[in-house]
Ligand binder design. Structure first.
Ligand code: PLP
Length: 435
């Protein structure tokens, strides 16, 4: 039996309609920005293996950090125990995160980082004697993960609808989706009027608002929506004005993806809670971190044990993952990673902006290492048939892109060389001109 036949007989893949979708591609190995299939094809990883990879696959330094840690301590439970990689990583994260954050809570993926943030915010208010503060405000087009809390906070969509009875209600407000402005305005002349919706809802919620959860600067799975930075500073100001917590989901945007180490830096804001995962381990191992201000942490300190944060996972602060994360932070300095992202951003702008004039292109958006082409569509969204068609066309050319319906994006590892970026952009232009 071939590997595909064995896979088909025993495995259930995520987000995959097994009856109608093409068979999965067997990947034998990966190096740098390339994936190599079992039958010897080379594919440029144009979406960083679901947005996690930054320094390239199988990086010698990360491989060595992982092997060295495995020889010492592969895992130990994190309640009642600690270890050097977890402590050092917390210290190093706090040194590079926006000022004001002071305490790192580990988990094991992006959804759990968000789930922990929501629970922390709710219990924070309860511990302070304000249990009525339990409503969350989130944005339209948001995606925060697939666990029940993270789904509740995400946009009501095909991803969440089957689970509606399990979800808790949230208040959803306008996102600054300038290409499809919810108020019908244009960015050149608007005054970030869409923020008014958040303000109105916070006014209504009064002292019941627990927090506002946002994906700063780039709403990813909901359509790769790039924000004006003024919206981000506005969210911070409104959270302060209405006395509620600002929670930044930087699961995707963290670690350079938008050009800054963290997207909150675009507006020089510091959230009360930040959620990290994905590129935290450079795409090697699952690890999440929910980082809070000292004030939030202190609200959990009490002689009354019921005020403890009763949340944890078996693989919390896994030492292998922490060791790779530390080596990844070293690489940011050694390989001038943020400078590489700046150069990549420039190439993306130069290569993608001319595509605006194509009749099938609606909008072009670039931020940091992410280039987006939103294609004109009568039925925009995840189920737009354009997505699978384009995916197949690019794979034929040796480029992995996995459009979100009519939203095509290129998000390679930062290790990509200028000539490789140019080649990928040429493929994008050619396929769009043929489509
Ligand atoms: C902004 C954001 N938050 C949370 C998640 C969930 O992360 P995970 O897939 O690791 O659970 C994602 C995943 O794409 C994401 O983009």
């Amino acid at each position: 039996m071939s590997l595909i036949d064995r896979d088909r007989a025993s495995v259930w893949h995520p987000y995959t309609q097994a009856l109608t979708q093409p068979a999965p591609l067997p990947i034998a190995r990966a190096k740098g920005i390339y994936l190599y299939t079992e039958d010897g094809r080379r594919i440029l990883d144009g979406i960083s293996s679901w947005w996690v990879n930054i320094h390239g696959h199988s990086h010698p330094k990360l491989n060595e950090a992982l092997a060295a840690q495995a020889r010492e301590l592969e895992h130990v439970m994190f309640a009642g125990f600690t270890h050097r990689p977890a402590v050092e990583l917390a210290e190093r994260l706090l040194a590079v995160l926006p000022q004001g954050l002071g305490r790192v809570f580990y988990s094991d993926n992006g959804s759990t980082a968000v789930e922990a943030a929501l629970k922390m915010a709710a219990q924070y208010w309860s511990n302070l004697g304000q249990p009525q503060r339990r409503s969350f405000v989130t944005l339209h087009h948001a995606y925060h993960g697939d666990t029940v809390g993270a789904m509740s906070a995400s946009e009501d969509s095909v991803f969440t609808r089957a689970f509606a009875p399990m979800l808790f209600p949230v208040t959803r407000v306008h996102a600054p989706y300038c290409y499809r402005c919810p108020l019908g305005l244009t960015r050149a002349s608007c005054n970030i009027d869409c923020l008014g919706d958040l303000e109105a809802r916070l006014q209504e919620l009064g002292d019941t608002a627990a927090g506002v959860l946002v994906e700063p600067m780039l709403q990813a799975a909901g359509g790769m929506i790039v924000w004006p930075r003024e919206f981000l500073s506005g969210v911070r100001q409104l959270c302060d004005r209405y006395g509620t917590l600002m929670i930044a989901d930087e699961v995707l945007t963290g670690f350079g993806r938008t050009g800054m180490m963290f997207a909150c830096e675009h507006a020089n804001v510091s959230p009360d809670i930040i959620c990290l995962s994905k590129a935290l381990t450079a795409g090697y191992l699952p690890l999440g971190a929910t980082v809070t201000t000292p004030a939030i942490y202190e609200a959990f300190l009490s002689q009354d044990r019921s005020k403890t944060f009763f949340h944890g996972h078996s693989y919390t602060a896994n030492p292998l993952a922490c060791a790779v994360a530390l080596a990844s932070l070293d690489l940011f300095r050694e390989e001038s990673t943020l400078e590489r992202v700046a150069a990549l951003e420039q190439s993306l702008r130069t290569g993608l902006e001319p595509l605006r004039s194509l009749p099938n292109v609606g909008d072009v958006r670039v931020i940091g290492g992410v280039g987006v082409v939103e294609l004109a569509s009568d039925q925009p969204g995840y189920f737009d048939a354009l997505g699978p068609r384009l995916n197949a066309a690019f794979l034929d050319r040796g480029l992995l892109l996995r459009p979100l319906g009519n939203v095509l994006y290129f998000m390679p590892p930062f290790a990509i060389e200028p000539a490789e970026t140019e080649w990928a952009l040429e493929q994008i232009a050619t396929v769009l001109k043929l489509s």
